[in-house]
Ligand binder design. Structure first.
Ligand code: GLA
Length: 334
């Protein structure tokens, strides 16, 4: 029997920067997905504890994005990218809320690639499963989610340079906690404006070269006001990632608070991926005693808010929240 576990992730800061090779500061979390079973037969056949229908995928599948049930697309994306020569029969269980913005799909992909026999460094696992996600969903996502799930470090967030893929673990202060709060708004990335936002960034890069090395003065020279706004978010968000990493390292509460507030405002105004529900949740959280900072996390358009709080800060009963621990990356567990 083979058993693998891959964590979900929450991004502390640095959203919509990975697809332009920018900086991000996510952490792998203790919630995640387990796959158990045997390598055997000529298909990948998985039952899920939270899905009514199984995923049954032939090893030569080549059209992941057209399959049903929907979750089978992610299974098929991995099979199509990995091309195992032996099938797999087993089951999937997860402690992640699905579709809430904690990378449940990345956790499924990474756990499955390991179950199918992937044996290579975390960067290669992330490349493979990112391609699987793109193939399954049609969304031109960056590498943050899959790389975080593959390369998490217990007790640390990861500062990732999405150009070089260099990872610098940033310890989370012992007296702080990360809390994820669900807005309850669900919106699948594929049906959202993710691709449109990524295309606006590409348009800016066609004029300026990599946004990673662009300055605000370069961005101010862009003609199209919408492209200018999107690019400004990326350039300023890259700077905030390093401000946040420095603030966490120093235990500097006001530095964390300012970076998170500025990130949320930029995602709302310049990148236009917030919603009234997310704005309201951030607003309510930052007024609570013990909450240091809060911002939307992940792609936006619904999903979750991440907050950094003093340890044991009570969260109001009406909020659906998870206290998440920074955890190690995916592994064979049996
Ligand atoms: C989604 C994508 C990531 C990243 C975030 C936004 O989670 O899968 O690659 O772009 O949105 O930061």
């Amino acid at each position: 029997m083979i058993s693998t576990f891959a964590p979900g992730r929450v991004n502390l800061i640095g959203d919509h920067t990975d697809h332009t090779g920018g900086l991000v500061l996510p952490m792998a979390i203790h919630l995640g997905t387990t796959i158990s079973g045997e390598r055997e037969g000529g298909v990948v056949s998985l039952h899920s504890s939270i899905e009514p229908e199984p995923a049954v995928i032939p090893l030569d599948v080549d059209d992941p994005a057209t399959l049903t049930p929907l979750w089978a697309r992610y299974v098929a994306g991995v099979v199509a990218e990995q091309r195992p020569t032996i099938g797999f029969r087993g089951s999937v269980t997860t402690t992640l809320p699905v579709g809430a913005g904690l990378s449940s799909s990345a956790a499924l992909e990474v756990a499955l690639a390991l179950a199918l026999g992937f044996a290579g460094p975390p960067e290669a696992l992330a490349h493979l499963t990112r391609r699987a996600e793109q193939r399954a969903s049609g969304v031109p996502c960056g590498i943050m989610d899959q790389l975080t799930s593959a390369a998490g470090v217990a007790g640390h967030a990861l500062r990732i340079d999405c150009t070089s893929l260099q990872i610098t673990p940033v310890p989370l202060p012992e007296d702080l906690e990360v809390v994820v709060v669900d807005s309850g708004e669900r919106r699948r990335l594929a049906t959202s404006a993710y691709a449109e936002r990524a295309a606006a960034c590409q348009a800016a890069q066609a004029e300026l070269g990599p946004l990673r090395s662009a300055t605000l003065a370069d961005v101010a020279g862009l003609d199209d006001p919408m492209i200018r706004q999107r690019a400004r978010h990326v350039v300023t968000e890259n700077v905030r990632v390093d401000q946040m990493a420095a603030a966490l390292t120093a235990g500097d509460r006001s530095g964390m608070s300012e970076a998170m507030a500025a990130s949320h405002a930029s995602l709302r105004h310049d990148f236009a991926v917030s919603t009234p529900g997310l704005d309201d949740l951030v607003h309510r959280l930052i007024r609570l005693d013990g909450v240091i900072g809060a911002r939307l996390t992940g792609a936006g358009f619904g999903g979750c808010v991440v907050a950094i709080v003093e340890r044991n800060t009570p969260i109001p009963a009406g909020m659906t929240a998870w206290r998440v621990r920074p955890s190690a990356g995916a592994a064979l567990v049996g």
